[in-house]
Design a protein around this ligand. Sequence first.
Ligand SMILES: Cc1cc2nc3c(=O)[nH]c(=O)nc-3n(C[C@H](O)[C@H](O)[C@H](O)COP(=O)(O)O)c2cc1C
Length: 338
Amino acid sequence: MTDLTTKYLGLTLRSPLVASSSPLCDSVENISRLEDHGIAAVVLPSLFEEQLELESASVDHDLARGAESFAEALSFLPDMQTYNLGPDRYLELIRRAKERVDIPVIASLNGVTAGGWTEYARLMQQAGADAVELNVYAITTDPLRTGEDVENGQCALVSGIRRSLRIPMAVKLSPFISAPANMGLRLDQAGADALVLFNRFYQPDFNIDDREVVATLSLSRPEELLMRLHWTAILHGRVRADLGITGGVHSAQDVVKCVMAGARVAFMASALLKNGVRHASQVLADLGSWLEAHEFASIAEMCGSMSRDAVSDASAYERGNYMKVLSSYTLKSGAFDD
Ligand SMILES: Cc1cc2nc3c(=O)[nH]c(=O)nc-3n(C[C@H](O)[C@H](O)[C@H](O)COP(=O)(O)O)c2cc1C
């Protein structure tokens, strides 16, 4: 009998397939259905720093009356109250989900600056969350701000929240940094119990006729997984924190790749949004069959078997391979045909 269990954030999960933070996990009914389809844990949609700051600004406003900036702030975040319930109902969702399901419930905070909003992690803990995932989604538009400064801020944020929590904390980070391996290590040292690779940025498009910047949200494609596999394979064995992969996990084969790279869990959102939550059952059935057919007794046995330290040729993950792959490309006949 193949053992699909895995350990993540000190929790024993029945498989490595976890529902990533998205509206799929925004109600107890949905979470329960995800559990029925074999999902091993859920990450709730994020509560945003801006929402929490707004909430405390609202209290101040009620006390002080008349701060014009409050109306401005409200119009800046028009959809936030509908996206993830808002702070109070969020805590209620944690409580009710914990009563209803047996799988771990991971709360999610999304923000980058140190501030009062981080106190919310403790309220999530009090409400019964099994862990907190902190999404450090920064878009640093100030050209005078250095990468080092941004990274120092994120590490300080992580260690600040870590100190105030008993439950484990994962950090979901960006791939757009000069030295992801070093940042992984720094976050690990700052107290992250897991690193989730990587945030997927929602990049604006242009409407060239109306000359407007258009917010877009496209679901992921499986090719996006490759960058995550690469950095997970590099980080595996170098950090104490567990590794998890989000971005481009669509099939059982993708989950196998994540685990072989060194991830304890593979997060899924787009594939479930696209195919419906029953897709999870199929992925898990395929995963079990794959392990059996390839004579792996357990997920643990497979974990990290393709990491940089485990493969016979570590240069596969380095610059040499990049040169090899470029020089091996053969131009198709016809490329210069008119
Ligand atoms: C509609 C939607 C809403 C999302 N909301 C959040 C969120 O609130 N917090 C967060 O950390 N990630 C959020 N994500 C990102 C997902 O958790 C996930 O990291 C990303 O979609 C990549 O995984 P995938 O390829 O399986 O979709 C959202 C994704 C989608 C599609």
